[in-house]
Write a protein that binds this ligand. Structure first.
Ligand SMILES: CC(C)(COP(=O)(O)OP(=O)(O)OC[C@H]1O[C@@H](n2cnc3c(N)ncnc32)[C@H](O)[C@@H]1OP(=O)(O)O)[C@@H](O)C(=O)NCCC(=O)NCCS
Length: 185
């Protein structure tokens, strides 16, 4: 597969480009997927972490090559939203983003896998796609401390080589305990 061709900026997105993986397929997201994205997000997160479809739509509009879905028999079961950003800043939840002209990191805004599809390597496969886009930039994210859901997402990120940069309060009310995490290449 010619990645340079696949990930080069362009006006239109050919959804058929990404690869088959583990009986499903990673594809670029389009506006027609946003309803399924919000439904999946709302099934996983709690209200203080909900984002409007405007946020996801904006990311699709400004940086389509960083937004992926994993489709299992055409059903969206996972998504990853990502874009270039600043190493010293996090992106407040549900806020609109202006992409930097000189990014200092690559930012993973949200990665989520439907609860019945976890443990199949889907998140890792999508993360690998984002790594290709990050190039030599460090990668940054905010991991909520959703220990009470039994997920411990920060352990997942540690497993992938991330370290904690600082604790932070996150969410629409800024009351959710979270960790800012980075991975320097
Ligand atoms: C965290 C999450 C994305 C992991 O998705 P997943 O598809 O089950 O993960 P994968 O199957 O790709 O796992 C990849 C690797 O990470 C490991 N892993 C997965 N979840 C883990 C966890 N909670 N803690 C530690 N390791 C974990 C797997 O064992 C696997 O290891 P391997 O590479 O040695 O085989 C998923 O649980 C999720 O969607 N959680 C809710 C949303 C969320 O918290 N997202 C993170 C936002 S910050």
């Amino acid at each position: 597969m010619n990645l340079a061709k696949v990930f080069s900026p362009r006006n239109g997105i050919d959804r058929s480009i990404c690869f088959d993986y583990n009986s499903g397929m990673i594809k670029f997201l389009t506006a027609s997927d946003l309803e399924s994205v919000c439904k999946l997000a709302n099934s996983i997160y709690f209200p203080d972490l909900y984002e409007s479809d405007d946020k996801f739509a904006q990311l699709l509009a400004i940086y389509p090559q960083g937004q992926f879905g994993f489709f299992d028999s055409d059903k969206l079961v996972a998504y990853l939203f990502s874009h270039p950003w600043f190493l010293d800043q996090i992106v407040p939840l549900d806020s609109l983003v202006v992409l930097p002209t000189n990014p200092t990191c690559y930012y993973l805004h949200d990665l989520a896998v439907s609860s019945d599809c976890r443990g199949r390597g889907i998140a890792k496969a999508m993360y690998q796609k984002a790594l290709e886009l990050a190039g030599d930039l460090p990668i940054k994210l905010v991991s909520i401390r959703n220990d009470f859901l039994g997920i411990n997402a920060h352990e997942f990120w540690r497993h992938l080589g991330f370290v904690t940069q600082s604790p932070v309060y996150y969410g629409n009310e800024e009351r959710v305990e979270a960790l800012v995490m980075i991975r320097i290449k």
